[in-house]
Design a binder for this molecule. Structure first.
Ligand code: MG
Length: 441
């Protein structure tokens, strides 16, 4: 059998960056939906895709696929705990390994794999999401889940728990089958019925992937959306079509970094330097283009020219929704608004703290100012002032507390010296001085 694949990844119409990643390698295909804010989600999803490169697509080795996912999980956790800006990052992963007539799927999170056979579309993965679990328990209908405020809470992801048990599925496939792998940016925006209609039109894999993304964008594009379509064809069909030969040297990983409308080759360039270096070390060849078709030179050329891979947008993770019982959960959607809310809250807290410190400082000063006194001459008479003998910008910090009837000029040199010193006194000391003057003591 021969495989033809198409991919489109778009940041959508709401997010500011794309944290989805995909991997296309002949026989091995994956979609990962990162979460974590800033660039953390993108790092996590890319790490997950790169982690799959250890799997040999030529052999249907479920254990190798499972091990690769578990190792990627460990690597993501280690990196997120060692780099503060990546703390809490995570990603979904749905990977399909196609070898001969065997389709192996590794799955964690709420990205999905579907199989289209003879016009019938079947979801083959279970969503590891709060609403998914509620639906399986019969506590939510499909319609309720689609609108549920907790629909973006996922219950399993790479990056959250050192112990990870990915779902592993094995199916037998046949020529004519069509595999779809996608992030929830598609399934949150487009119903299964519409997906089936688009996939059933018979367009080539790349056209179908593009059309699915277009529908998601038309319906709002609220999330990053990544679609991989893989067509399983009979070998002789490929030969008849002159589709070229299988090549295991073509690997496509993307998109990466911030939003861009650049074509596919630029999408490849957006791979981080580290990612490219790791890929090179693994012997992979980065191929520009949105299609990692196992055949079809024409299709690949089209991608290189026009490219439908778009680098995307941002999302992050609020933790405002309680996780389902017994499992850590992570919310993926609405990251940007939550970041804004968090920033606003931080500013508010900082403003309140500054205000409290100011009030405390002013209060302390006012209290101290009310407890000190000094002597000064007021209209030729000796007076006791309350407060500090200072002024600032025309504001005096003291006022006459008691005015005596004693002329300054009548004081002895010693007494004048005491008045002139403006030494700070207690109220008792000041009054005793004035009393001594008036009584002649
Ligand atoms: Mg998503």
């Amino acid at each position: 059998m021969r495989l033809r694949a198409g991919v489109v990844s778009d940041c959508g119409r709401v997010r500011s960056a794309n944290e989805d990643s995909f991997l296309l390698r002949p026989g091995l295909y994956a979609v990962c939906d990162g979460m974590g804010g800033a660039r953390a989600g993108e790092v996590a999803s890319q790490m997950a895709c790169l982690g799959l490169l250890s799997v040999d697509p030529a052999s249907a080795d479920a254990e190798a696929l499972r091990e690769a996912v578990i190792k990627a999980n460990t690597a993501i956790i280690q990196r997120s705990t060692s780099e503060s800006e990546l703390l809490g990052m995570g990603t979904t992963l749905t990977a399909a390994l196609l070898t001969d007539d065997t389709l192996l799927i590794a799955h964690v999170g709420d990205s999905r794999a579907y199989l289209m056979r003879e016009g019938e579309l079947a979801q083959v993965t279970d969503d590891h999401s709060w609403v998914g679990e509620m639906m399986r328990r019969g506590e939510l209908t499909h319609e309720q889940a689609a609108r549920h405020p907790h629909r973006s809470v996922i219950t399993k992801a790479l990056g959250t728990d050192m112990v990870l048990d990915p779902d592993m599925l094995e199916l037998t496939v046949a020529p004519g089958d069509r595999v779809l792998i996608c992030s929830d940016g598609l399934t949150g925006m487009v119903s299964d019925e519409i997906i089936a209609q688009v996939l059933g039109k018979g367009d080539d894999a790349q056209t179908a992937a593009q059309e699915l993304v277009d529908v998601a964008l038309l319906n709002g594009g609220e999330d990053n959306v990544t679609v991989v379509v893989v067509d399983i064809q009979a070998s002789d069909q490929a030969e008849e079509d002159g589709d070229g030969s299988w090549s295991d040297s073509r690997i496509l990983i993307g998109p990466s970094d911030r939003r861009s409308t650049a074509a596919a080759p630029s999408g490849i360039e957006r791979l981080s330097q580290n990612a490219r270096e790791r890929l090179r070390r693994r012997g992979g060849v980065l191929r520009a283009g949105a299609v990692a078709a196992d055949d079809a030179e024409g299709e690949t050329e089209d991608q290189e020219k026009g490219g439908s891979v778009e680098a995307g947008k941002d999302e992050s993770a609020p933790a405002t929704v309680p996780p389902p019982e017994g499992e850590g959960s992570k919310k993926k959607a609405d990251h940007k608004p939550v970041d804004k809310r968090r920033r606003r809250r931080r500013w508010l807290i900082a403003a309140v703290i500054v205000l409290l410190v100011l009030v405390l400082a002013i209060g302390s000063f006012a209290w101290y100012n009310s407890t000190v006194y000094y002597l000064q001459v007021e209209n030729g008479k000796v007076a006791l002032y309350q407060g500090l003998p200072w002024d600032f910008a025309g504001i005096e910090f003291s006022s006459v507390y008691r005015l005596s009837s004693v002329d300054y000029l009548a004081l002895t040199p010693y007494e004048r010296g005491q008045v002139d010193s403006r030494e700070l006194l207690s109220k008792k000391e000041g009054e005793r001085f004035l009393d001594g003057l008036s009584t002649g003591l």
